[in-house]
Design a protein around this ligand. Structure first.
Ligand code: MEV
Length: 271
């Protein structure tokens, strides 16, 4: 029986997270870590939970396919694993559907995960590259960073939906965050992080890492929805002196990933 295999990348938000939900711009880049879904169409007794179950039910595919999901994207770390999962599943399960229909279905799954999703994650996962996204429309953006170091501040206790709900009343900060994304450069990372802290989406472990990166001459920010009860997911760290950053990471034994930015979006693979 023929398998359909689809891979979808993760993402980091360089600027504009949370504010993008309220119509302000965000700058987002695909990363070279992927989630892959393999589908074999046949009656199946496989049992799933969480977002995979929701997606299968939503797409009318429960018990109709065998599913194999592999991923090198950490879950719940702000790297777009839910958008990669939703996109790869829709593309693999409904390969004949029109693009508009695929997008609509991914949005339903993302909304289930985010509460109210801006669409930025599903757009970058689909398109790849680096984009400026606002209110459902997007253009290719300059990619000043080709590589990035992501330091793991720990998995958030909260879901993206919890964090989006928690900041819903703090509307005064969104336009200020949005302004940073309008003419983004690496230099704005520090200010962006301060605004995210003011918004209340950065927990103590992440702040501790970020202050140390800053004290050593670099800058860092969270790059997804964040979290305050425990970790805040991955922290994007940039530094004029890469050796110094590397030493700081080694000394503190922080888990980290080195990623390339701007790779391709979702694609069908040959099995
Ligand atoms: C999550 O990666 C980004 C948020 O802005 C939510 C969204 O845009 O849907 C927090």
């Amino acid at each position: 029986m023929e398998a359909v295999v689809v891979s979808a990348p993760g993402k980091i938000i360089l600027a504009g997270e949370h504010a993008v939900v309220y119509g302000y711009p965000a700058i987002v880049a695909a990363i070279d870590r992927h989630l892959t879904v393999k589908v074999i169409r046949k009656p199946s007794k496989q049992k799933f939970s969480g977002l995979v179950k929701f997606a299968l039910d939503q797409l009318g595919q429960t018990n109709k396919v065998d599913l194999d999901i592999q991923s090198d994207l950490p879950v719940g770390s702000g790297l777009g694993s839910s958008a990669a999962l939703a996109t790869a599943m829709v593309w693999a399960l409904l390969p004949q559907a029109k693009l508009e229909e695929k997008n609509r279905l991914v949005k339903i799954i993302e909304d289930h995960q985010h509460g109210k999703s801006s669409g930025v994650d599903q757009t970058i996962v689909r398109e790849g590259g680096c984009l400026r996204f606002q209110k459902g429309t997007f253009q290719a953006a300059n990619l000043p960073l080709k590589q990035a170091i992501l330091i793991d501040s720990g998995r958030p206790k909260e879901s993206t939906k919890d964090m989006v709900t928690a900041v819903a009343g703090k509307k005064l900060i969104f336009p200020i965050i949005g302004r940073l994304a309008t003419d983004w450069s690496e230099k704005l990372i520090k200010e962006n992080e301060r605004l995210l802290e003011e918004l209340g989406v950065v927990g103590e472990p992440a702040k501790k890492i970020i202050r140390q990166v800053e004290a050593s001459g670099g800058m860092a920010k969270i790059c997804g929805a964040g979290g305050v009860k425990a970790g805040s997911g991955m922290v994007l760290a940039v530094h004029p002196d890469q050796d110094r950053l590397q030493q700081l990471i080694s000394r503190n034994q922080w888990p980290y990933l080195r990623v390339k930015l701007g790779g391709g979006g979702v694609r069908y693979e040959t099995d």
